[in-house]
Ligand binder design. Sequence first.
Ligand code: TYM
Length: 329
Amino acid sequence: RPRVLSGIQPTAGSFHLGNYLGAVRQWVALQEAHDAFYCVVDLHAITVEQNPKELRQNTRVSAAQLLALGIDPDRATLFVQSHVPEHAQLGWVMQCLTGFGEASRMTQFKDKSSRSEAAVGVGLFTYPILQAADILLYQAHYVPVGEDQRQHLELTRDLATRFNSRYGKTFRLPEAYIVKDTAKIFDLQDPTAKMSKSVPGGVVELLEDPKRSAKKIRSAVTDTGREIIFDVENKPGVSNLLTIYSALTGRTVESLVADYDGKGYGDLKKDLGEVFTEWVTPVQERVRMYLDDVASLDKILARGAERAREVAAGTLRRTYDKIGFILPE
Ligand code: TYM
């Protein structure tokens, strides 16, 4: 079975609708026919300052959300990145292979560092290199992510190619698995910017009170005119709502457009608020259930880490050997 790997940051606690539609939904689908590895990337989270108590809690909240959203720990390997030390170890190897200029071209670093008021750490700069190690350790064929991760996937392939040509074939070249329709969910207040926790505004959080989400959806910025049609160029707000509506209900955008013919933006937004509430309510219940039993949750993560380590340790050993390290007995 083809391998899949992806990761999500625990930084914010609650995932947002962009995380779900852009990535986690695909994780759930792919676990059926793939050998899937999904991790909560706590090492990545400390690239910006974290409160230790909150980080610990948010890591569990993230794992609970993944389970609640449909990741099945008997099918997929669900784990916490710091439980598998090989990530940091291969990360170092990859850092030594990366050009300074190459790392400097990563747009997410430029965005994040320019927005940050706090001092920017070197970890934020080398972040994508650790991500490359995450992926290469598992010899992943596919990496399900949103559009914003495409450049990091390119870097990963470049590093794998470089290592392979220098030391002999070691790593598989992974492919980004990006579902076009939902690859970029936009902010409800600024439908030209991606929905993101670091840009406050129209972000729908999975763990907030659904009443609040429904209100955000009702007050989403729509466009001039009154027609409900899918036109990303001229009607980014309405198109974003149609994308979300379609993804949450499984109905095609065309059938929604036909249904809303003659109706107004207000109807669309009110209905989408209800659709979201209906979808998220049982998800929240399941999250609560997983968090009510932290011992069992931690056991699931420990089992995942054990499975992940088997694969990761094999890759790291081969890598060390190729480089010329003396392998310990
Ligand atoms: P993170 O935690 O920021 O986001 C998790 C996933 O959500 C996707 N995403 C979106 N998709 C569509 N529309 C949006 N508005 C939107 N916002 C976020 C992201 O593309 C991502 O797939 N660097 C990664 C974490 C990571 C990782 C990895 C991913 C670490 N190691 C290895 C894949 C493989 C990140 O910051 O994702």
